[in-house]
Design a protein around this ligand. Structure first.
Ligand code: ATP
Ligand code: MG
Length: 233
């Protein structure tokens, strides 16, 4: 049984149909990538998964249960966490305060402040630094840490490596692998293949609001030229 199943979903902004007949699964403990260029529909699909956008047609299942009608708060309580594209760090709060706020919002479980600091030692060093004084990489670590403190079973990351220096990307890749090794499934959104090829077992390619290709990472490599064409600008 899949952890998350989106089945034949249509999503609209007003009258504009933005997602067309989308089906996507994430299995328990898996890393899956959703890849597509600017405006392809990645963030809209993430919003549909977490309940911020309603489904005009189709179904959302989590852990085998139909959760199509549930609101974002309810889905979060079931164990879906979301790290948005813009990271949404509280600028006026320091690192430690940003993390502590997440602990009061989430489910209880194995992820606590101590483990977040072990996963991201850099955050512990910057504990007292306000959110708006952090580098892009530190902000991303903090955003991921906040997501983990809700003790999710599924973590959705919307372009976590965008705009970050290669060394920081390496740290984040290692952190994502470590998080996944603790049993958290990850849906990783990216605009290119670099990080997905390193981390994910399966890949979905989206363009024009439709899943254009999906398959195992090995199969992607066999079709790499076609897929690069689908995602290049
Ligand atoms: N709030 C909105 N109202 C109307 N249309 C929107 C809204 N947000 C996005 N869109 C449109 O929906 C389509 C998909 O956008 P979406 O943000 O999901 O793309 P994306 O793949 O996340 O792109 P990016 O890589 O730039 O983040 C685009 O055509 C976009 O213009
Ligand atoms: Mg987006």
């Amino acid at each position: 049984m899949s952890l998350l199943q989106m089945r034949n979903c249509d999503v609209y902004y007003g009258k504009a149909k933005t997602l067309h007949d989308i089906s996507l699964d994430v299995e328990e403990g898996e890393i899956v990538s959703l890849i597509g260029r600017n405006g392809a529909g990645k963030s809209t699909l993430i919003k549909a998964i977490i309940g911020l956008m309603g489904l005009e047609r189709g179904e959302r299942l989590f852990d085998g249960r139909d959760v199509t009608g549930l609101a974002p708060e309810a889905l979060s309580r079931l164990g879906i966490a979301f790290v948005p594209e813009n990271r949404r760090i509280f600028a006026a709060l320091n690192v430690d305060e940003n993390l502590r706020i997440a602990t009061v919002m989430g489910r209880t479980g194995a992820w606590d402040l101590r483990r977040i600091y072990r996963l991201f030692p850099r955050l512990e060093e910057r504990k007292d630094t306000p959110g708006d004084a952090l580098s892009g990489g530190e902000q991303q670590m903090l955003a991921v840490g906040r997501g983990l403190l809700t003790n999710p079973r599924l973590l959705l990351l919307d372009e976590p490596t965008e705009g970050l220096a290669p060394l920081i990307v390496q740290d984040l890749v290692a952190a994502m692998a470590a998080i996944n090794a603790e049993g958290v499934a990850i849906l990783l959104v990216e605009q290119n293949l670099k990080v997905p090829l390193k981390l994910a077992q399966r890949q979905y390619v989206i363009d024009n609001g439709r899943i254009q290709w999906h398959g195992q990472t090995g199969e992607l490599l066999e079709n790499q030229e076609k897929i690069e064409a689908l995602i290049s600008l």
